[in-house]
Design a protein around this ligand. Structure first.
Ligand SMILES: *[C@@H]1O[C@H](CO)[C@@H](O)[C@H](O)[C@H]1NC(C)=O
Ligand SMILES: *[C@@H]1O[C@H](CO)[C@@H](O)[C@H](O)[C@H]1NC(C)=O
Ligand SMILES: *[C@@H]1O[C@H](CO)[C@@H](O)[C@H](O)[C@H]1NC(C)=O
Ligand SMILES: *[C@@H]1O[C@H](CO)[C@@H](O)[C@H](O)[C@H]1NC(C)=O
Ligand SMILES: *[C@@H]1O[C@H](CO)[C@@H](O)[C@H](O)[C@H]1NC(C)=O
Ligand SMILES: *[C@@H]1O[C@H](CO)[C@@H](O)[C@H](O)[C@H]1NC(C)=O
Length: 661
């Protein structure tokens, strides 16, 4: 048995690492240890080659022509009423949409060490905090399963493949990381309001490696919201990770062993476990039916699942499965039905979680597993779809959902740093999924009271979904989508909203726009953008554009236009608007360290001399010359935050942050 088990483990490892080795061949030198695609969720057995890279793939697809027989109705009404109407979701937080970052790429996103953080990442998080109050980020994924926390790595890096422990003939070693990753997380949380999730490696169960729990709890304190007990345990058996017979009861037994061991080591267990993290082969109820919820009523902090609506594994890993043509899958990201069908599977689980008073999260998701589809996951369709999907999950009583990051050469990343050898002249690329997070933070705002309802708008036409957001029985916002693509204006929607109660003189509208559903850049939210490929320092650029729409006092309606394609968020009153909108100039971190040529910010040398990670309260010495940055873009956060920031500016000055990786 032991021998068999070991053989299976080796088989699994060789499967994983063959996959990684196959992929990393196409990734720029120096990147191998850090950026790679994980064969994440759907079946990805026998991967052998990787075929794509976002940076050298500029595939733009053809937008579908709007249907003509029958045409989509473009004039419709939305009637809202005051009061606690049936069907509202539970109250949701502005941090509903967060991020899921593979542990293996986390240092490229977070920074180099606790004093050298990625400034664009801080800015991207700050944008969300200002709108939704808070951000949640998971560091984990498949790479958490084999990760080993070590005290230090000889070359001083925070994360690496373990070159001393080669597991298989491909000589691809597992991941090691140091507490510096945890310090980076903690230090980020001292600058922006971020809470974190981690994962406990399950590969060697029941030989638990709990250093990540001990150090995580110690370093992150209450910024750490819990640990995943395994990642997609329902796929352990098909992936050769567990022996025949492994089922939901076996998993429950492993979690019991984990909890017992945590307790015996004096580690906090109350509310710390995130489970069952199932993906495809088991439902959450399959696990619950083994007595899971009774057994771990104290320890279970969050009920969680992981799901993507589709996968691109056959193309990326040559699985022998059906290769999906991006042009053919595009329509599935231009309909409300995709998100609705996915959420439907979990309505029962959501109700169970609600009855137990536990959060229920979609812990890892995106457009399609195995990196997404070129021309789809990196196009405007994904921004509209991701936002619509997020709102459907909120309406379906999930309490949060995390958009996943793979690595350098995937299509679905909400944002991506430049390849290491390009960091001297390139900045970050912000993708459509980030815009979905940004708009969602405003949809829900900071009140913690937002209740979402799917309006079944326009007779339930899946090309034109709409939602209302209520707070304490009052309609506050209306969210309207137009998935149709027609620049002539003939398919722009004209939506007559009756706001319920007293009709205001006017309402304010923010739009999420791009030229086409297939556009791979030039996305704007309320007129502002995060720039083109390799051009973002994480700050919004351009003038804020909020449209005021007058209301008609005789018909009690406010008629809002939604371009084809586009999304409109309608603020029905001042409170709704101020609760979601950043007050005053954007408070972000000035970029300095990244690029020598594109973005050269100036720093008063005297400020640097006195900063050194300790003082730095005097921020007046900064002035940004960031290309295309907004006039107020260079302001920084509150007093006291300058310390780590300045330490990071100082460390990066002259050198280039990511060139050091
Ligand atoms: C970066 O490295 C890759 C892979 O070695 C190489 O193909 C590419 O030309 C390099 N780019 C620059 C700008 O040096
Ligand atoms: C953190 O990283 C910076 C940039 O690589 C480096 O200069 C600094 O020495 C590092 N700090 C520590 C404590 O390792
Ligand atoms: C940031 O992390 C480092 C570890 O690299 C730690 O020494 C330092 O105290 C941290 N700074 C803050 C402000 O937490
Ligand atoms: C969400 O929960 C609320 C409150 O329990 C309930 O009324 C509503 O029907 C649920 N929504 C769905 C889609 O199940
Ligand atoms: C919303 O909830 C968060 C965390 O649960 C809390 O920190 C914040 O203060 C709450 N906001 C309001 C306005 O109550
Ligand atoms: C963005 O807009 C500019 C100006 O209209 C255009 O030159 C550029 O090609 C667009 N980029 C993308 C990725 O659509």
């Amino acid at each position: 048995m032991a021998v068999l088990w070991q053989a299976r483990t080796l088989f699994f490892l060789s499967f994983v690492f063959n996959a990684l080795a196959a992929i990393t061949r196409y990734i720029p030198a120096g990147q191998e240890t850090l950026f790679h695609i994980q064969p994440t969720t759907t079946d990805s057995s026998s991967p052998s080659s990787y075929t794509g890279s976002t940076s050298d793939n500029s595939q733009t697809l053809i937008p579908p022509v709007p249907p003509t027989d029958p045409p989509v109705n473009t004039l419709f009404a939305v009637q809202l009423v005051n009061g606690n109407i049936p069907g509202l979701s539970i109250p949701q937080q502005g941090a509903f949409l967060g991020f899921s970052i593979e542990l293996s790429v986390s240092n490229h996103i977070l920074g180099h060490n606790g004093t050298t953080l990625s400034v664009p990442f801080l800015n991207l998080l700050a944008n969300l905090q200002e709108r939704g109050g808070r951000v949640t980020v998971r560091i984990g994924g498949n790479s958490q399963e084999t990760a080993v926390l070590v005290p230090s790595i000889p070359d001083g890096s925070a994360l690496e493949k373990d070159k001393s422990t080669v597991y298989n003939p491909t000589h691809t070693p597992p991941l090691i990381f140091t507490p510096e990753i945890l310090y980076m997380m903690a230090n980020i949380s001292s600058l922006v309001n971020v809470d974190w999730f981690l994962g406990i490696p399950f590969i060697d169960a029941p030989n638990w490696r709990l250093d990540v729990v001990q150090k995580g709890q110690e370093i992150l304190g209450n910024r750490l919201l819990g640990f995943q007990a395994g990642n997609e345990p329902d796929l352990y058996l098909p992936h050769g990770h567990r022996p025949q017979g492994y089922g939901p009861a076996s998993y429950t037994g492993e979690v019991q062993s984990l909890v017992d061991t945590m307790r015996s080591q004096g580690l906090k267990t109350q509310g710390q476990i995130i489970a069952p993290n199932v993906n495809r082969d088991w439902t959450p109820e399959d696990v619950f039916n083994t007595g899971f919820l009774d057994d771990f009523v104290q320890e279970l902090g969050i009920i969680s699942v992981e799901k993507y609506p589709n996968d691109n594994c056959a193309a990326v890993f040559n699985t022998g499965g059906t290769v999906h043509n991006p042009q053919d899958v595009l329509p599935m990201y231009l309909t409300h039905d995709t998100g609705v069908n996915l959420a439907q599977e979990y309505l029962n689980t959501a109700m169970i979680a609600q009855q137990l008073g536990k959060p229920f999260m979609m812990f890892e998701t995106n457009t399609a597993s195995c990196g997404g589809f070129p021309g789809v996951s990196d196009a405007f369709a994904a921004a509209l779809w991701g936002l619509d999907y997020g709102m459907t999950l909120a309406y379906s009583n999930f309490t949060g959902a995390l958009f996943h990051f793979g690595g350098q050469s995937v299509y679905y990343n909400p944002f991506t740093p430049p390849p290491t050898n390009q960091s001297a002249f390139h900045q970050w690329t912000v993708g459509p999924m980030y815009y979905a997070n940004l708009a969602m933070a405003e949809v829900l705002g900071k009140s913690n009271q937002s209740q979402v309802i799917d309006l079944n708008a326009n007779g339930g036409n899946p090309s034109t979904p709409g939602y209302a957001i209520y707070e304490n029985g009052n309609p506050m916002k209306v969210a309207l989508f137009n998935y149709l693509d027609d620049n002539s204006g003939a398919h722009d929607l004209s939506v007559a909203i009756s706001p319920g109660g007293n009709t205001p003189a006017s309402v304010r509208v923010k739009y999420l726009l791009a030229d086409h559903v297939t556009a791979r850049g030039n996305f704007t939210w309320a007129g502002q953008t995060l720039g083109a490929e390799f051009q973002s320092d994480g700050r919004l650029q351009g003038e804020l554009n909020v449209v005021t729409v007058p209301c008609d006092a005789t018909t009690n309606t406010c008629t809002v236009t939604v371009p084809a394609p586009g999304f409109a968020l309608v603020f029905l009153n001042d409170q709704a608007y101020t609760d979601s909108t950043p007050s005053g100039p954007t408070t972000t971190f000035a970029t300095t360290a990244f690029t020598k040529s594109v973005n050269t910010a100036t720093i008063d040398p005297q400020v640097l001399e006195t900063s050194n990670g300790h003082s730095g309260k005097d921020r007046t010495g900064f002035s940004s010359t960031s290309k295309g940055s907004s006039p107020n873009g260079a302001t920084t956060l509150m007093d006291g935050l300058g310390g780590v920031l300045l330490g990071c500016l100082g460390a990066g000055l002259g050198a280039v942050l990511f060139a050091l990786f």
